[in-house]
Design a protein around this ligand. Structure first.
Ligand code: M6R
Length: 364
């Protein structure tokens, strides 16, 4: 049941802290505080490349994974949505690792893309919530997202669980490739273990996010902006808004604004920005200033460290808890997912069963 929540989506949003914690428990040895993976079908020290494929939100989780794997583990990553990957016959480097991401393990395009990667000789690592699914049966190794059943069509907790697994996988590959020493691993593991309590803190901002939703609910179009690993978070926020509130939303890498979408900006097109403190903060802030100078209404998610400078230019600012920059995408995701939920409530849509959508897309 819904445990007293109005919708499954609301219940599942509140399960973020639990699910991140459970997934970490599966992957981190509490005694050594090291990431421990099952036996891998490739040698992580010498694997030359990874090819990630998935659909929808799972694809956006993969894009975050790409930023992490390339930056932290220095592993080159190809990534594509499954419906493209399966037909475009990309040249795959022999010995590469195929990585599949899926909540259901049954998505037709992802399953077909997986088979085409297998046919090309790639071993398959799947990140799955349904551990007894078609994809699970055909994978060489499965890393489970310990999210429990997800009923709401709009994915929430499965997404942060996917990020949690990808973060642990990144640490393990980085260690094997020698790009992360023991101290570095300790720092990233500490950041991950800190997440459940920080994720729970996001829910103390419910009133502020509801207030932000009143602006979003009036719009016909909304732009989502982010940089670095905040860019896929913007994509996730825009998808969630579209799915359940039927408001058109588009995500852009903040630096791309001036190459086109800035012409859309006026008071009727609010901008939702993910702008956590860190190395990309100043760059993102200056993109937001440009948008504001053109009359855009800025709705920003930052953290304690960015709060002062962001609230100086934004109409509304949500100050999420400050976490290690590595794990900011998880905290920011919870913020934008709650915003979509609150907006849908204001619009009065069927939150758990949005029109035209199915939980599991088993047809091409
Ligand atoms: O079960 P899967 O993770 O393979 O599903 C992939 C997408 O269909 C899914 O993430 C979809 O985009 C969600 N409705 C997003 O909220």
């Amino acid at each position: 049941g819904k445990d007293g929540y109005r919708h499954y989506m609301e219940k599942e949003l509140h399960e973020h802290p639990l699910v991140i914690g459970q997934t970490l428990q599966r992957m981190i040895d509490p005694a050594t505080r090291k990431v421990v993976l099952p036996d891998m079908p490739v040698d992580l020290a010498t694997v030359p490349r990874a090819a990630i494929t998935a659909c929808g939100s799972a694809f956006y989780a993969g894009v975050v994974g790409r930023y992490w794997l390339e930056e932290i583990a220095r592993l080159p990553v190809d990534i594509d949505v499954a419906s493209e990957m399966r037909y475009r016959n990309p040249p795959l480097t022999p010995g590469s690792l195929g990585i599949l991401i899926s909540q259901s393990g049954e998505t037709a395009d992802t399953l077909a893309a997986m088979r085409s990667l297998k046919q090309a000789g790639l071993p398959i690592l799947s990140i799955l919530n349904a551990e007894h699914s078609s994809m699970a049966r055909e994978s060489d190794v499965v890393l489970g997202t310990v999210a429990g059943p997800e009923i709401s069509v709009a994915s929430t907790k499965a997404f942060t669980a996917q990020l949690t697994v990808l973060a642990c996988l990144t640490i393990a590959i980085a260690r094997a490739r020698g790009t992360l020493d023991a101290l570095g691993e300790e720092e990233l593991v500490t950041a991950l273990l800190d997440l459940p309590s920080k994720a729970a803190e996001v829910f103390t901002h419910g009133d502020a996010i509801r207030k932000m939703a009143t602006i979003v609910a009036e719009a016909r179009d909304v732009l989502y902006l982010g940089r670095g690993s905040g860019y896929p978070v913007a994509m996730e926020g825009a998808l969630k808004l579209k799915e359940i509130s039927y408001i058109h939303a588009e995500a852009y890498a903040a630096g791309e604004m001036k190459h086109g979408p800035i012409s859309l900006i006026d008071r009727t097109v609010p901008i939702v920005a993910t702008v956590p403190s860190g190395v990309l903060f100043d760059k993102t802030l200056s993109n937001l200033q440009e948008a504001r100078a053109r009359g855009g209404r800025l709705l920003a998610f930052t953290d304690d460290e960015g709060a002062e400078r962001v609230s100086a230019i934004a109409e509304q600012t949500i100050v999420l808890p400050k976490v290690h920059p590595f794990v900011t995408p998880l905290i920011q995701t919870i913020g934008v997912q709650i915003l979509a939920y609150e907006t849908a409530l204001l619009k009065g849509t069927d939150v758990d069963q949005p029109r035209n959508l199915a939980k599991s897309v088993t047809v091409e």
